[in-house]
Design a protein around this ligand. Structure first.
Ligand SMILES: NC(=O)c1ccc[n+]([C@@H]2O[C@H](COP(=O)([O-])OP(=O)(O)OC[C@H]3O[C@@H](n4cnc5c(N)ncnc54)[C@H](OP(=O)(O)O)[C@@H]3O)[C@@H](O)[C@H]2O)c1
Length: 246
């Protein structure tokens, strides 16, 4: 357990914190003294994740969570009201919840497309909108982390819906950064390659030995939070150092 509580007194909202990258970031922030609120779609995984994050929390940080569907604007509004009540102010927002449906374009259903864009792009806009309203009321502004992907710049077969959502996410995030950086709003897009989570088709952590660990993404978030305010990293590309040779 770390004794470096450089985020003591800070607060964060993380979407999709029940497992994978979101859970690792929530644990990383809480272990450095940041109070965190997470969501996922159902109560039980949220409760389990909150308990696991509390185990790593340090410096009196508060940990809470509620079920919310990020692809639904009313649900996002309710989630942010809950976060306001739990945290009293929001300094950091991590747009992490995302899905991948990987099919040839001719096999993608309208529902596959809507689900992917509805969460990975519409949902990020809903969360960003709620975050910005709060950041603008706080003179200190705030920090938005957008969990994008290398799929935001590298199209691949079977990735049409996912590529479209993440290419769109990067365009949105960089315009957003330019719109609001003078208002003390910091925006960083983190673009990982393969991370060892249940995200990949089949839902396994297969390849854990060569893939990026979710904790490494958390460490990147923590190191960005340590940067002085004069410097802003707008995009971080992250890849496994030694993927299997083709
Ligand atoms: N793993 C990779 O290789 C990789 C690489 C690059 C980028 N990414 C990106 O990283 C992010 C996190 O991925 P991950 O690998 O950690 O995936 P994961 O293990 O599948 O976790 C996804 C998280 O999102 C939540 N979620 C899904 N749909 C949601 C919804 N409609 N509303 C609220 N929460 C929802 C899930 O919670 P519930 O299921 O409990 O609702 C879960 O907590 C995604 O944006 C993904 O695109 C992943």
């Amino acid at each position: 357990m770390t004794s470096d509580t450089f985020l003591k007194g800070k607060t964060a909202v993380i979407t999709g914190g029940t497992r994978g990258i979101g859970l690792a970031i929530a644990k990383g922030l809480a272990s450095h003294g940041c109070s965190v609120v997470i969501c996922g779609r159902s109560q039980k995984p949220v409760d389990e994740a909150v308990a696991a994050i509390r185990d790593t929390a340090n410096g009196g940080s508060k940990v809470a969570g509620m079920p919310a569907d990020v692809s639904n604007y009313e649900s996002v509004v309710e989630f942010f009201r809950y976060a306001d009540d739990e945290l009293g102010g929001i300094d950091i927002v991590v747009n992490n919840a995302g899905i991948g449906i990987f099919k040839k374009t001719s096999e993608l259903t309208v529902e596959d497309w809507r689900q992917t864009i509805g969460l990975n792009l519409d949902g990020v806009f809903y969360v960003t909108k709620e975050a910005l309203g709060r950041f603008q009321k706080q003179s200190g502004g705030g920090y938005l982390f957008q969990i994008s992907s290398l799929a935001a710049k590298n199209p691949f077969a079977g990735g049409a819906a996912y590529n479209a959502s993440k290419f769109g996410l990067n365009g949105f995030s960089e315009a957003l950064m330019l719109d609001h950086r003078q208002d003390n709003v910091r925006v960083t897009s983190i673009m990982p390659g393969s991370v060892s989570t249940e995200f990949s088709p089949g839902g396994s952590t297969k390849g854990a030995d060569w893939k990026i660990a979710p904790e490494d993404i958390s460490d990147i978030v923590l190191s960005l939070l340590r940067l002085p305010g004069r410097t802003l990293v707008s995009r971080v590309e992250v890849r496994p150092a030694k993927p299997p040779k083709a």
